[in-house]
Design a protein around this ligand. Structure first.
Ligand SMILES: [Zn+2]
Length: 448
């Protein structure tokens, strides 16, 4: 069966170009979940004529004048076992926040002495199910999750994503040094558990009706809590199994100072990861707030991407990443919510904060141009997809139909009589929330 969506849609083409289609038609093959064709017409009449030529076995979905389609949002960086801390602990800076707020919460995902395995699974499934539904409601169709250290809880996360239909990249977080004594693992355990987790996720994905939706990610937490030996072995796993790598880099000045003490043989933070083989075409690094040109060149030459997390960077007093410098160096960039360093789970929040972050740079350097709404929208959709090399993020033939049906009915203002689709996007980015998202599609299936 082919489903044909008829009406307005917004299609990111590049960092500097977004197409606003008033009279469009997107055809989706329900079996493969992929887009069959994308057409645009000069007028409502021309679109109407095209509709009359459609075969009768096509299912037609007509959008109302208040509605439009956008690609689904891509969250390139978040932490599943920090979800319950959303909005908490944000008077701290990074290293204190990790010790006092974050590690204690992540530790709670271990099975407790009073719990049976099934009670533990049910507890974790309740939290992770709530979280995945919450992300979907806010339009995140693809989410890159850091799990925790505990294998069973990480498997429950995979199961929840599989059941609820989200597209996701999921990693088992690794920490083998400089960590609390009750939230750390040996190098051997860290490496072996990663091997097993990659295999487990690949097996779960292979059993899906449309495989390729749930992918494993090799996930060293960051250079401060991972030994050289473990990072080298994790890089080998990622390369031999052809999977993504995610980690953090250059978020906070104290963190950078500590990395210099731990790896005095390396010129900078990026060269630590480069020297252990962690910078690949499938690597994406969260933050990269404090980079120099040499580090940007290392990322660019290795094909490494960056997850820009402005909400978290403001909340933990980390600083502001220079997005334009990253883009100018040819580094692919997308957005991340970084829950719970970030208090906003929605990528709409990340877009707003990315725009504000770029304006703060502009205040101190007039040559640094603030981010436009279209550019922020690109980062949230196609930018993230290109950074992850996945077939989503825009309405192009062959892409999976991961999309949002946006409804302006809840706009808390009075719309102008001849408001343009571009203005509607601006309203959505600055005023939007979950109430504006009528339907969320992944692989062509309506999930909400
Ligand atoms: Zn993070």
């Amino acid at each position: 069966m082919i489903t044909v969506y008829v009406g307005a849609f917004i299609n990111p083409k590049s960092f500097s170009k977004v197409d606003f289609i008033n009279h469009g038609m997107v055809s989706v093959d329900d079996q493969t979940g992929r887009i069959n064709s994308v057409q645009q017409f000069e007028s409502a009449e021309a679109l109407q004529t095209a509709i009359t030529t459609l075969s009768t076995d096509h299912k037609l979905v007509k959008l109302s004048p208040e509605q439009f389609l956008t690609p689904g949002f891509i969250d390139m960086h978040t932490h599943a076992p920090q979800y319950r801390n959303l909005g908490l602990g944000l008077d701290y800076t990074l290293l204190e926040w990790l010790q006092k707020v974050t590690f204690p919460e992540e530790r709670s995902y271990a099975r407790q002495p009073h719990e049976s395995p099934s009670e533990h699974n049910a507890r974790v499934a309740h939290i992770y199910g709530h979280m995945v539904r919450h992300y979907l409601r806010y339009g995140t169709t693809t989410c890159c999750y850091f799990g925790g250290l505990h294998a069973e809880a990480n498997r429950v996360l995979v199961q929840q994503v599989v059941q609820l239909g989200q597209r996701a990249l999921i990693g088992k977080t690794c920490m083998d040094c400089n960590s609390p004594s009750d939230y750390v693992e040996s190098t051997a355990d860290s490496v072996q558990a990663t091997r097993e987790f990659v295999e487990y996720v690949k097996k779960c994905d292979a059993s899906l009706e449309i495989p390729g939706r749930v992918l494993p990610v090799v996930t060293p937490r960051f250079a401060l809590t991972c030994s050289r030996d473990s990072m080298e072995k994790l890089a080998e796993i990622a390369i031999s199994t052809d999977v993504h790598i995610q980690t953090h880099m250059s978020e906070n000045l104290d963190e950078i100072q500590f990395s210099k003490e731990l790896f005095p043989e390396c010129h900078n933070y990026a060269s630590i990861y480069s020297s252990v083989g962690l910078l690949t075409r499938k690597t994406f690094l969260a933050h990269c707030v404090h980079l120099n040109e040499a580090q940007r060149a290392l990322l660019s030459n290795s094909g490494t991407a960056v997850s820009h997390c402005p909400t978290s960077n403001f909340a933990l007093n980390s600083g502001v990443a220079d997005l334009r410098a990253l883009a100018a160096a040819g580094i692919p960039v997308g957005l991340g919510s970084d829950v719970s360093g970030g208090y906003g789970l929605s990528i709409l929040d990340a877009m707003r904060q990315a725009i504000i972050a770029s304006k703060t740079l502009h205040f101190s350097d007039q040559k640094s141009k603030p981010l436009t709404v279209s550019e922020a929208f690109f980062l949230a959709t196609r930018g993230g997809a290109e950074a992850l090399s996945i077939d989503v993020g825009s309405f192009e033939e062959g892409n999976f139909f991961d999309a949002l049906l946006v409804d302006m009915t809840n706009c808390p203002s009075i719309r102008h009589q001849h408001e343009t689709l571009e203005q509607s996007l601006h309203r959505f980015v600055f005023l939007g929330d979950d109430r504006w998202i009528r339907t969320v599609f992944v692989n062509g299936t309506a999930l909400l």
